[in-house]
Design a protein around this ligand. Sequence first.
Ligand code: GRF
Length: 187
Amino acid sequence: MRIVVLVSGTGSNLQAVIDAVADGSLPLEIAAVGADRPDTFGVERSAAAGLETFVVNFKDYAARADWDAALLEAVAAYKPDYVVSSGFMRIVAPSFINAFEGRYVNTHPALLPSFPGAHGVRDAIAYGVKVTGCTVHFADAGVDTGPIIAQTPVTVLPEDTEETLHERIKVAERELLIQVLGDLARA
Ligand code: GRF
């Protein structure tokens, strides 16, 4: 199984996947890592691991449709079986979803369908839920929508800040992502 991983940020989930592949516990090949912006830690991690790394910089494109087309072309070139959005902070175009229908996996730091969007952890705290968590799902053209593959609950502690809660969620998120990718790879 070949995957392309898309990142926007620090790439700690990506690092967990890289490590699991390296130690033999995750039977797949990371064909490439792509980002929507240059100079992120995620891109650095990927390059440091010797992986094919590409950037389709959102800011380089005057028209959104041109960026959409460039991203699709860049990812499709690697002929991945699955594309993994791991902290990739862009909604992709319907053309991308169509090209990778049922093969575009997203991770989200909340128990969907609760708290979709870019601030899932902050929104869960603001609402006052006592349990939140993480979701790995097949993404469709909506914001954090599409069939859920697996979820892990995480308890919200009274003293939690967005940062402390997100860190605990990310521990669960990494484990869940690796479990799901392993299941897909072994299927
Ligand atoms: C993850 O919690 C992801 O679900 C969210 O942003 C975080 C990405 O973290 N959207 P990292 O880039 O893998 O460190």
